[in-house]
Write a new protein. Sequence first.
Lengths: 177, 280
Amino acid sequence: MSSLPSLREPSVPAVRVLRIVLVCVSALLLVLAFVSRLSLFGVRPDAMLLVTVLIALAEGSEAGTVAGYVCGLSIDLFLDTPLGLSALTYCLVGYAVGQARDRILPAFDHLPIAMVALSSAVGEALLLVFSRTLGNTSVLGPVHVAKVVAVVVLWNLLLLRPARWLVHRGLGGVRGG
Amino acid sequence: MALPSQTPRSRFVLVLLVLTSLTIIFLTARDSSLASSARGLARDALGPVRTAGAKVSSPFGDFFGGITRYRKVKRENADLRRQLAVAEGKAAQAADAVRERAELLRLSGFPNPDAIPGVDARVLGGALSNLEYTIEINRGTSDGVKVDMPVVNGAGLVGRIKAASGHRATVLLITDPGSSVGVRLSTSGDVGLAQGQGPGRALPVRGIELSTKVSKGEVLVTSGLQGSVFPSGIPVGRVRSLASPRTGEVQRRLTMEPVADLAQLTFVKVLVWSGETGGS
């Protein structure tokens, strides 16, 4: 992510989409086996959101949208919240991060880490608010949301290096990244 | 500032996937069996991954937990030895009372929680998100586990079954804000309702009359009132704080902390008990 992304890119080819899906599935397996056992103040990392953000930063908004949808839908299968809720949230985040990458990041060298923190915060907050709107009583008021968001940002920054390794290895060389 | 050439296409993909997500949300909201079937298949198919992860990471968790919490563990060990000595003495005295209680429960037709059959289960891990406070266990409908069955460990109540597939089940912890448990004070017998507030936070208990005598550390057990999904008499928590009553208040403000250590669950027991029928 240290080099700057290209502003003019071709659309994502099918092989690339397949690689993105494989990265998302690998991330899901790691979450199921290990990441779900991590907890700080009762809050868990949102590794699937992190992978979505990293793919969007590496590949752009279209790939970010697809990655968000695949990551979200796959994690939705293991939750008891409305099916499709995480898919909806993550694909919005993937699109927004991809757009931000193309429009804002070229001007700043150190923004990707800030972008990971910001998009993790916005993505987690959106997920909690959407879930609450759809009747999830497990999500309490603004203080609870703020606490969860803050800890998720911390977790995702701690997991940034291994997640970035997974994304870069999985995508087999990142376009513009 | 130049715009990327793929903007219209990526926007089209976004709209398509947002519409697909919304369609799934609305379809599964109308017919939840669709979502349950898909989730059951996914959980059973990838269940071994969670089981393997739990087995691999458990020794590391215990090892690092032991190092980082060495002083606390040592102090707890000394406390537990003292408590064990006291408990052994009390257990001998209580044996007769337990027998009498079991006899009274049998005569009055109430369930005896100690006699309810159970299914032992291993905890595979916590929730995969921060949208709910649950744990997953390695027992499902094929083992007789059904939705709403109570889940306990050696200390007391852990939660209730929220969802079950063939070989896996999700347990909603009593600390989940969406969980409420009917409780009874062990001394006065006054009943109230304990509401979850998230992990690590005490549960406020509502409905206890102002005139009721309550002391810190007093044990609360499940009330088992009609319609409750929990049988009567399972230890739930201990009174943690008591607030001074304000003018005009008619109920006591108190909180309790769970007797079961919900952050360190390894094995639990699903009670084969249904609130409607009182049995399996």
